[in-house]
Design a protein around this ligand. Structure first.
Ligand SMILES: Cc1ncc(COP(=O)(O)O)c(C=O)c1O
Length: 1022
């Protein structure tokens, strides 16, 4: 049990190489590997394979090395798939040889095979799946060790958690009293909770050192890599199996925002391969804490022996931090988390509580003193997507929330308003309710009790007899205010549970003290006013709690979506006591997987869904979207909600107009001309005639008809990679579609020209004439068309290329191309469906950045902020040519509601100065994105104007080899971290950024810092 570092071998590389060649006939280059006590060399052979030459500390006993070799041989036989080293034999057939070191001492030497892979410590990020695979490997290894024995397996080892109490003698090494107290509490729990169970725990030989530098992850850089194996069997010992799991958990938890969540993932994987029993789950947290305490004590001993080893101290800081975090974790909470990870009901007593309450409804007194079956009540919908709550500010600001609840109750003439159990709500999307999760950004949004809204002062009654467990005034804003917790014991104490009453009046606490008996139906409190109840509308928050987890005077009333099932198990449905008639409470809405399954059944199968894990959206507001669980997403990709999701002025304009008149343009109404005036006023002359349609596709479809009517020609010149819409004739002019999967190639009347891409096309950004050169290709193409006896009706081009990969056209391109098509008797169509309405920052329209005026401009997406609207604006001569006797009628184009919406969008753009805002924020973001190029070679190009930006990812900057897999990885990771971006471009390797225009400088900084973090992760590496 000596911890002092001494007698470490001191072979140099040449000596190691000589030794390997002489004894093991392995010829290779030796490189030193880090080791605490021994000396290890990696030997690389000419053919690329490798070995490890292990030279033991002079104090090492041969039996110990034999123990390791026997274990490795046993694993190789029992679990050949597990990546562990294989033992090599020397030329003389031995697995351990003796060699004289330069220090004159004799050392024991072994040769093992090199196990390929990366150590877990170097892998970023530690996903839930990766940690679960760690758990599986620990489980499999333990299964393989079943029945394995060796004479020295019961050796005395300080790292053996069975021997944890040795650290009690070293407490004096900790000068910091707080830290010493952490270790003392670990020891005390070990004595009281672990030691009595030890004999009942399954014991065998365990690896005992699953630290993150010993655990290997499969080679490669994919997002779904798994733990493949384990090295360093030097700490093997006979100990409880669960101690081995505890070691793996300890290192998996270090540095994680939610350490217990990380442990749960490992436990889940372990339990799948080697099911844990109750006792093992019970001691797991204490063994994890014991491992940390042993670790910091060992470090203290070692640094006393080798003072000045700062590295040792720094690495221990994380262990101390975790020890402190775990010191505050209630063991019952850990039990719930681990049971959940094992697929068991998290709170073991809840089923009994639920069962008893369901059978004893008749014996429960009404909490508000009235039978809710015949009281005027309203069940409020306070969910994320509630149609009763028009805009998030109302639910996120408590005074507005209060007023809103009052309004809803008054509307329905209710005496009591009911707020539902297990309902995710937006009112908790504030910092106060932030939850640290390892894998998502989330808040505690899921309501765990039932709210009973009623006037302040209304009496509250005990539903069952009980004793006061605790009382407290949780006075912080947004908290419970005065709170009472009652404890109930029924069935002669066989069923125990608690009921919690929050948001009471301050006087309610006067008569209540822990231990006081309370009779069934006794008045115990009155509802508090907002000034005393945490700032909420007067209401009772009533909750049933199966296990108080050591808390007094409060208990979480809302849970994070990632922990929802655990908390719902701890807090059974409060309606078992409140008694709202079941048919008044709507069932929980379907989860995303159920919606997905129904989509597959009912909707066309080629309707795509974003992200590997699709999002079920419930609400949009400004530049944010919220899913059904209340997770907030920063929207950095949807340009349709141009002035912001659900902008109140746009919503109001549509609703007011829909409530009065919404009919077609065959009747006279001022709105259609007023709106056409406004749109045309934004266009350069002579673009002055407007058609209103319902989508970008309809706009482009009409543009083709106008062009053909005016020119008398039919053929169309388009850019490679372009997309112009979903109708038959538009798919025919969209290479993005006809050259893609399921496409049939270009029709005879469609002529493609090269994308003017100055990053990867034939003419690069360094060429000042690139625009003109690409334009010349249009000239040549039209020449070829004419030479073949055909003629061109139009050249259609987006003003910045969207599906093409967020490409900015080089100067002079449109000028050359427009001149060419006009010379051929055709017209120039600018597709502004993606980029129009001030997005580019410097101008209202993208084509203006090229200094040209098209003959026809098509508008869509942002024009109606989500309302189906589109427009075509052209010259009077073209409109006249189209007026050939055939009526142009569009049922929904130009209705009063459409015009009201369009007008409101223009008003908001002007009043909120969104174009100038796009210029400013876009420039900031582009600067930030460009700075990523210095640190991440995968960032090949950053381009765009205003808030229309693209980041092209490449595996090699020289060859421009696209990094599509990495781009897909990045957007899925951003999604998990709460930011929505997507990929585009013909090679699917461009990150597409085109947020709603209110996207702020702070939003840009958030996106940039997350992108920086994610680009550093393994699967984002080229
Ligand atoms: C450039 C461009 N034009 C036209 C369209 C078609 O618009 P919509 O989907 O509204 O029919 C799109 C749609 O993505 C587009 O990106």
């Amino acid at each position: 049990m000596d911890v002092v570092v001494q007698h470490a071998p001191r072979f140099n590389r040449a000596e190691a190489e000589g030794l390997a060649q002489r004894e093991f006939q392995v010829v290779g280059r030796a490189d030193v590997l880090p080791s605490e006590r021994d000396q290890n060399f990696r030997l690389t052979i000419a053919d690329g394979s490798a070995f490890v030459l292990k030279i033991a500390n002079a104090t090492e006993q041969p039996e110990t090395l034999d123990f390791q070799n026997a274990a490795l041989a046993h694993l190789a036989e029992r679990r050949p798939a597990l990546a562990v080293p294989r033992v090599c034999r020397s030329a003389s057939g031995r697995t351990v040889i003796r060699a004289l070191g330069p220090d004159g001492r004799e050392h024991l030497v072994r040769m093992l095979t090199w196990v390929p892979g990366v150590v877990l410590a170097a892998v970023k990020p530690h996903t839930r799946e990766l940690l679960a695979s760690l758990g599986r490997r620990v489980g499999e290894t333990n299964r393989a060790f079943e029945g394995f024995t060796h004479p020295v397996m019961r050796r005395a080892l300080r790292w053996d958690l069975l021997r944890t109490p040795w650290i009690a003698n070293e407490l004096g090494r900790f000068a910091d009293a707080r830290r010493r107290a952490f270790v003392e509490r670990v020891l005390s729990r070990f004595e009281h909770d672990v030691a009595p169970r030890i004999d009942g725990l399954r014991q065998q030989v365990v690896h005992n050192d699953w630290n993150d530098y010993n655990v290997l992850v499969s080679p490669g850089r994919t997002a779904d890599r798994e733990v493949s194996g384990i090295v360093d069997f030097g700490d093997m010992v006979w100990s409880p199996i669960v101690a081995d799991l505890a070691v793996a958990c300890t290192y998996g938890m270090l540095g994680k925002p939610d350490p217990l969540g990380a442990a749960a993932a490992i436990v889940q994987g372990f339990h799948e391969t080697l099911p844990l029993d109750d006792d093992e789950r019970e001691v797991l947290l204490d063994l994890i804490r014991a491992r940390l305490a042993v670790s910091v004590t060992m470090a203290a001993c070692q640094s006393a022996a080798a003072p000045g080893n700062d590295y040792l101290l720094i690495t221990q800081e994380q262990a101390w931090l975790l020890l402190e975090r775990l010191d505050a974790v209630d063991p019952s909470w850990a039990r719930c988390v681990f049971r959940h990870a094992c697929g068991l009901p998290p709170c073991p007593t809840s089923a009994g509580v639920t069962g008893w309450l369901s059978k004893n409804l008749a014996g429960i007194a009404p909490v508000m003193g009235c039978d809710l079956r015949n009281t005027p009540i309203v069940v409020l919908d306070l969910s994320v997507g509630s149609l009763d709550i028009p805009c998030p500010e109302i639910v996120q600001e408590l005074p507005a929330f209060c007023a809103h609840v009052d309004r809803l109750m008054a509307r329905d003439g209710a005496r009591i308003g009911i707020g539902r159990y297990d309902e995710p709500r937006l009112v908790y999307v504030t910092e106060l309710f932030r939850h640290a999760d390892n894998w998502h950004d989330e808040n505690r949004t899921v309501h765990l009790g039932i709210d009973l809204f009623c006037e302040a002062g209304a009496p509250v009654y005990a539903p069952l007899e009980g004793t006061v467990h605790s009382v407290a005034n949780n006075a912080a804003a947004g908290d419970y205010g005065p709170t009472i917790v009652l404890e109930h014991a029924v069935e002669n104490g066989a069923v125990r549970f608690f009921t919690l009453y929050g948001h009471l009046s301050v006087e309610s606490l006067d008569a209540m003290a822990p231990g006081r008996r309370v009779a069934r139906g006794e008045r115990i409190a009155r509802l508090g006013r907002p000034a005393e109840n945490g700032g909420w509308p007067p209401h009772l928050h009533f909750q049933i709690v199966g296990d108080m987890l050591g808390r007094v005077g409060e208990f979480p009333g809302v849970a994070a979506p990632s922990e929802r099932d655990i908390w719902l198990s701890l807090c059974p449905d409060a309606n078992l006591i409140v008694g709202v008639p079941g048919d008044r409470i709507q069932p929980r809405p379907p989860d995303p997987a159920a919606i997905m399954a129904r989509r597959r059944l009912r909707l066309g199968p080629n309707l795509s869904v974003s992200y590997t894990r699709p999002i079920a959206m419930a609400r949009g507001y400004r530049q944010y979207l919220f899913d059904v669980d209340g997770r907030r997403y920063l929207d950095a990709v949807n340009n349709v909600p141009h002035v912001g999701h659900s902008h109140p002025r746009v919503v109001d304009a549509a609703a007011r107009q829909m409530a009065v008149l919404n009919t077609n343009t065959r009747y006279l109404h001022e709105s259609v001309v007023a709106y056409a005036d406004r749109l045309c006023a934004l266009m350069p002359r002579p673009l002055s005639v407007c058609y209103l349609v319902c989508s970008g596709s309809e706009a482009n479809e009409l543009a083709l008809r106008l062009a053909r009517a005016y020119s008398g020609h039919r053929d169309i010149v388009v850019l490679e990679g372009a997309y112009h819409g979903n109708t038959t004739s538009l798919v025919e002019i969209s290479p993005y579609k006809f050259d893609g999967p399921g496409g049939a190639g270009a029709a005879p009347h469609v002529h493609k020209v090269t994308m003017p891409d100055v990053f990867r096309g034939p003419h690069r950004a360094s060429d000042a004439w690139a625009g003109a050169r690409y334009g010349q290709e249009v000239v040549r193409t039209i020449g070829r068309v004419e030479a073949a006896g055909r003629n061109v009706a139009a050249f259609i081009c987006e003003s910045l290329l969207g599906c093409g990969g967020q490409i900015v056209l080089p100067d002079g391109y449109l000028e050359t191309a427009y001149a060419a098509v006009r010379a051929a008797g055709g017209v120039a169509i600018a597709d502004e469906v993606q980029v129009g309405f001030g997005r580019v920052g410097t101008h209202v329209w993208g084509f203006e950045t090229q200094g040209v005026t098209p003959d026809i401009v098509t508008l869509g997406k942002p024009i109606g902020n989500g309302y189906p609207l589109g427009a075509v604006i052209t010259r009077p001569e073209i409109a006249d040519a189209f007026d050939n006797g055939m009526e142009y009628f569009n049922t929904f184009g130009g209705t009063q509601a459409a015009c009201a919406v369009g007008m409101a969008v223009l008003d908001v753009m002007r009043d909120e100065r969104l174009q100038a805002h796009a210029l400013e924020v876009g420039a900031r973001m582009k600067r930030g994105l460009s700075s990523l190029m210095d640190d991440f070679p995968i960032v090949g190009d950053v381009r765009g104007l205003g808030l229309f930006l693209g980041v092209e990812l490449v595996r090699h900057r020289e060859s421009l080899e696209p990094a599509a897999a990495q781009a897909g990885y990045v957007i899925n990771r951003l999604r998990d971290r709460g930011v929505l971006v997507s990929t585009d471009g013909p090679l699917h390797n461009v990150l597409k950024i085109k947020p709603p225009m209110p996207f702020s400088a702070e939003n840009a900084d958030r996106l940039l810092s997350l992108l920086r973090e994610i680009l550093a992760e393994d699967a984002a590496q080229p």
